[in-house]
Design a protein around this ligand. Structure first.
Ligand SMILES: [Fe+2]
Ligand SMILES: [Fe+2]
Length: 360
């Protein structure tokens, strides 16, 4: 039976009413000072310079009040998670997080019947560890000595396909972002964090299906995904995406996740090679980012607190230091993915070569 036009309109309005604020809303609860500064890194960086590190905090996005006080929805993943909104906090008093995914250092207790409470973690200097999204033992010092200029010369047809796929993606990216490297970095990290998770998930399922070990590759790829996501968590401290950029991420994720999923099933050799070349492009992008900082087009503001803790940077580190360590990470991802592709090229399976777990 066909749905009447009125019913269709009502359904559409309900879906958009629910989904749009969650997924596309660029409305933040940030102070008015942030209004209109989204994805404008230069201005945002300058502003941050003035406000220090107080941009992280609770995820007080716009969730319908009826729901907000009752459960915390995972759809907050599109929230800008910037500054606190007192009214939302009031509604969420019954169920709150104790430390906050974004490093909120509040002392609000979680009501838990199950007795599942995180242990109190401290830093080496005895001060409280304020992050719940990563732990002190997951932090590291980036290896800045890695060779940034290494390049895999495409020889086979499959390699050339991977290379030109990545090169062809660069053109629209250059046109869209131009020299807004902060915004570009943040947006591209939303894509970069996908392959590791997809590859890790597929290897996980394969391990279950075949009753066999993965050689550590599940862990290595999931580590890569996590590392990329931390890049995003860092850059979102200094760049605020506009609503249409959020919508773009939403759409690109839908396409890229599925395309990469299929590519990995059909040819992991090709999938890893594509990521290897994507990482080479990422190194280039971050090198340009550094040039923009050095010539003064992007303010070299203090590093976000999350970056200082994650990469064990000195307390007086700046954005430049952060871009340096992120670029080093990308070089490591490049090596891991080209290596994975090479293993397949040799007619072997990934599990036959010990995975570079902890390779940062
Ligand atoms: Fe990254
Ligand atoms: Fe990367």
């Amino acid at each position: 039976m066909m749905m009447s036009r009125a019913a269709t309109r009502a359904a559409r309005s309900m879906v958009m009413g629910m989904a749009a604020p969650r997924y596309f809303s660029s409305t933040t609860t940030a102070a008015a000072a942030f209004a209109g500064l989204r994805c404008n890194e230069t201005t945002a960086f300058k502003l941050l310079n003035g406000v220090g590190h107080h941009v992280s905090g609770g995820s007080s996005g716009h969730v319908p009040g009826m729901v907000a006080g009752f459960i915390r929805l995972p759809v907050r993943n599109m929230s800008t998670a910037t500054l606190h909104d007192n009214s939302s906090e009031e509604k969420e008093k019954t169920v709150t997080d104790s430390a906050g995914e974004n490093g909120g250092n509040d002392e609000k207790a979680v009501v838990s019947y199950w007795g599942v409470q995180p242990k109190k973690i401290t830093k080496e200097d005895g001060t409280e560890w304020k992050w719940s999204c990563f732990m002190p033992w997951e932090t590291y010092k980036a290896d800045l000595s890695i060779d940034l200029g290494k390049h895999h010369v495409p020889k086979t047809l499959l390699d050339k396909l991977a290379y030109f796929t990545v090169k062809s993606l660069r053109l629209p990216t250059d046109i869209f972002f131009q020299r807004r490297y902060g915004c570009r970095a943040m947006m591209l990290e939303t894509v970069a964090a996908v392959p590791g998770m997809v590859g890790g998930m597929l290897l996980h399922c394969k391990s279950l299906r075949r009753f066999e070990q993965s050689g550590g590759w599940i862990k290595a790829l999931l580590e890569e995904a996590e590392n990329e996501r931390m890049h995003l968590m860092t850059f979102m401290e200094v760049v605020k995406p506009r609503w249409y950029e959020r919508a773009l991420v939403f759409s690109v994720q839908g396409v890229f996740f599925n395309a990469y999923f299929l590519a990995y099933i059909v040819s992991p050799k090709l999938a890893h090679r594509i990521v290897g070349y994507l990482e080479e492009e990422a190194i280039h992008s971050y090198t340009e980012f550094l040039k923009e900082i050095d010539n003064g087009n992007i303010a070299n503001v203090p590093a976000p607190a999350i970056a200082i803790d994650y990469w064990r940077l000195p307390a007086d580190s700046t954005l430049r230091d952060v871009v340096m360590v992120v670029r080093a990470d990308e070089a490591h991802h490049r090596d891991v993915n080209h290596f994975a592709s090479d293993i397949h090229y040799q007619g072997r399976e990934l599990k036959e070569a010990p995975a570079p777990v902890g390779y940062h």
